[in-house]
Design a binder for this molecule. Structure first.
Ligand code: NIG
Ligand code: FE
Length: 418
């Protein structure tokens, strides 16, 4: 289905044609506009940037496939933008599958954490891991993500909880970013949990006075995130960390209303955060504040599914005009790396349409990472990050329940997985 010609002289030319449907992106600039779909579509890219989309007939007339370097005959299958996963905790060590069993027997997430398990258990295992092990673990997870169509992902630190380990996690992200096809965006999440025998206020001071300056000096992280939750960090403590992050040039993100309603969504809106994530307990008022602040709601249906919780109110958010984004939240508590399964859950669990789920996994997810226009849509000027789906319509992404509906993955106009 794909071939490397070596035909071009100047600039690497990529062409994909015979797409049963080619999903371009939203009709307008807003993420909750309708999805623009071309039937029997085609796309041309030069040096990894999309230069033209249209019908197969138009495109192959203007750009004969024999003159391209990378040629993909989609053979009637759908072509969609590569997925952007804007919320993962993919760099860690250790195993917590036994906690999955404990949760099935009725132990809650908060009980595990209060008992030194959960995040704190991963912190212990991660603290004992070398940089090489962390790099190898992250690479393994990214291989799975890429095979399922993710071409850009955010990765958070947060299993260090001390300056050295937090910086080591960010360094692992940077090393893998330089050597793996998936583009990574790093987020500093020093305020992920309160270390044992530490007072939350004292730890917040340590994050602000020690961790943040070191992280800023390292220059890898672009965002600063906080787990704003009852029993973890209060709204005031979260605000202190995020405002300090802003002074170092890190854009805020917030884990908000995941297990209870505390006020993290309003905090995110108040600070004009790039995103507010989870939102299982957000109110209509909270969502109106997010829309007014242009803060993207990032929904993580895999987490709700894994915890047996009710899903976030995606429909209410879409009706309020919010550009709903989706993410895996991949972490030891939510061991799912597939944005295709995330879209299935978004449709079946949250009542999103396949088009809304696709926009949430591409255009809107890119907005949650402050990358609008760069990736997550297939329009001239955007990166040629695209997927050939196993099926004639893009709806097959969410529709297929039996494995991986992604056949071919292209990053910057080159085939990176098939
Ligand atoms: O987004 N809530 C905080 N962080 C993760 C869970 C991390 C963990 O349990 O290891 C989340 O769900
Ligand atoms: Fe998370």
């Amino acid at each position: 289905m794909s071939a490397e010609n070596g035909a071009g002289t100047a600039g690497h030319k990529t062409i994909v044609y015979n797409a049963g449907e080619l999903a371009v992106g939203p009709e307008g600039s807003a993420g909750n506009d309708d999805l623009r779909v071309l039937t029997d579509g085609a796309l041309v890219a030069v040096d990894g940037t999309v230069v033209s989309v249209g019908s197969s007939e138009e495109i192959t007339r203007s750009y004969p496939p024999e003159n391209a370097d990378t040629v993909i005959d989609a053979a009637g299958n759908a072509v969609v933008p590569g997925f952007v996963d804007p919320h993962t905790h993919a760099v860690f060590a250790g195993d917590r599958s036994d906690e999955f069993e404990a949760k099935l027997e009725g132990t809650t997430y908060q009980e595990l954490l209060a008992d030194g398990g959960g995040i704190l258990r991963t912190v212990r295992a991660t603290g004992e891991a070398s940089l090489e092990e962390l790099v190898a673990n992250l690479r393994t997870h990214l291989d799975v993500m890429l095979a399922h169509g993710t071409t850009t992902a955010e990765v958070k630190s947060g299993y260090g909880l001390d300056t050295d380990t937090e910086c080591r996690l960010l360094e692992a992200i940077s090393i893998v970013d330089d050597s793996h096809p998936v583009d990574l965006v790093a987020t500093f999440l020093g305020a992920h949990a309160v270390p044992p025998e530490t007072d939350a206020d004292a730890y917040v001071e340590q994050v602000i006075d020690e961790q943040l300056p070191a992280v800023a000096n390292q220059g890898i992280a672009r965002f600063c995130d906080v787990f704003c939750e009852d029993g973890v960090f209060s709204v005031e403590q979260s605000r202190r960390v995020l405002e300090a992050g802003l002074e170092f040039g890190l854009t805020p993100k917030v884990h908000a209303e995941e297990l209870s309603h505390l006020g993290g969504t309003k905090l995110a809106a108040d600070l004009e955060a790039a995103s507010a994530d989870h939102l299982l307990y957000s109110t209509e008022d909270d969502i109106d504040a997010l829309v007014a602040a242009n803060t993207v709601p990032v929904l993580l249906p895999g987490t709700a599914f894994g915890l047996g919780e009710s899903y976030a109110d995606a429909r209410g958010m879409l009706e309020a005009g919010a550009p709903v984004a989706l993410a895996t939240d991949f972490n030891p508590n939510c061991f799912g790396r597939s944005m295709t399964f995330t879209q299935t859950l978004a449709c079946v669990g949250m009542g999103m349409t396949p088009a809304e789920a696709l926009l949430g996994s591409t255009t809107n997810a890119a907005m949650a990472l402050d990358l609008p226009g760069e990736t997550g849509r297939l329009e001239p000027g955007a990166s040629a990050d695209f997927l050939v789906v196993d099926g004639p319509r893009y709806a097959h992404i969410a529709y297929q329940l039996d494995g991986n509906p992604v056949r071919t993955v292209c990053k910057d106009g080159r085939v990176v997985a098939e």
